[in-house]
Design a protein around this ligand. Structure first.
Ligand SMILES: C[S@@+](CC[C@H](N)C(=O)[O-])C[C@H]1O[C@@H](n2cnc3c(N)ncnc32)[C@H](O)[C@@H]1O
Length: 261
């Protein structure tokens, strides 16, 4: 479940306390948060310490991690959405957006800002952002957050519909990622299943010409998913944002121009 992009804003004091008590536990449970720490990582005695330290050092050198900190984003993945949006303009003032798999919330932060859901710019229409995740997401002004909820469950989707108050949706985006097992084909199947669930839901709520964005780990189902999207959208594109890590098989499918069959 934990991705390298997540939890970069977790409480420093909690980290320090945990580290001083149980360094190995800290590295397993909270290592993702460390990217925002300025201190160099301590030497660890476990057999994993070398790779863990390499990971920590890479995190600290990562320019997207540094930028996320400077710009107050909760995760470096904000820059993936910003990159996609710069090129494809999917987030505009007044848009209604559903953010699936939103924790810790950096995409939601970007969306709130771009759709003007707080009404910061009174000359532009006010949008709406609904964010959902299995995990708890700290509140984000301008977003409706559905915490600790599985997007694939009917109850969660009903909650989203309630929050929509009859509005149709301009963009469904899924950055959902299941727990990775390390078995590539299984992880691929699982993430594609999440994309398909998001697509099925999208068909119920998207307005004509709306857009859909989903993340997957590239694999044998990519072509099929792309074709499925192509049957209900005018255009489908595979995107690899600059902020995606070079070694990752992560890709995004962006579909625009929703139409019912
Ligand atoms: C890579 S993170 C998302 C990062 C987020 N876009 C951001 O910028 O902060 C993937 C998220 O998908 C969530 N997730 C995975 N399966 C889910 C499901 N069935 N329902 C809701 N969220 C899910 C995980 O809990 C995790 O927080």
């Amino acid at each position: 479940m934990l991705s390298v992009d997540m939890f970069i804003m977790t409480s420093t004091s909690k980290l320090k306390l945990t580290l001083s008590l149980q360094p190995q536990l800290w590295i397993k449970q909270f290592h993702l948060s460390c990217c925002m720490q300025k201190k160099r990582p301590v030497k660890l005695k476990s057999k994993h310490s070398h790779s863990s330290q390499q990971w920590l050092q890479r995190q600290m050198k990562d320019p997207f991690v540094q930028q996320a900190k400077l710009q107050n984003y909760r995760a470096r993945s904000a820059f993936k959405l910003l990159d996609i949006n710069n090129q494809h303009h999917i987030l505009t003032p007044g848009s209604v957006v559903i953010d699936c798999g939103a924790a810790p919330g950096s995409w939601t932060q970007v969306a709130v800002n771009k759709v003007n859901s707080l009404g910061q710019d009174p000359t532009k229409p006010k949008g709406k952002v609904i964010a959902v995740d299995l995990l708890f997401i700290d509140p984000i002004d301008g977003a409706v957050i559905i915490n600790k909820s599985d997007f694939t469950h009917d109850d969660t989707q009903k909650q989203i519909l309630t929050h929509l108050e009859g509005k149709s949706v301009d963009l469904v985006m899924s950055d959902m990622a299941p727990n990775a097992s390390g078995i590539q084909s299984m992880d691929h199947d699982n993430i594609v299943q999440l994309c398909r669930t998001a697509l099925t839901f999208s068909k119920l709520v998207l307005r004509p010409k709306a857009a859909f964005l989903c993340k997957l780990w590239d694999g044998y189902e990519t072509g099929n998913l792309k074709r499925e999207l192509g049957s209900v959208f005018q255009m489908v594109k595979i995107i690899r944002p600059n902020a995606s890590r070079k070694e990752s098989s992560e890709i995004y499918l962006l579909a625009k121009g929703f139409h019912k069959h």
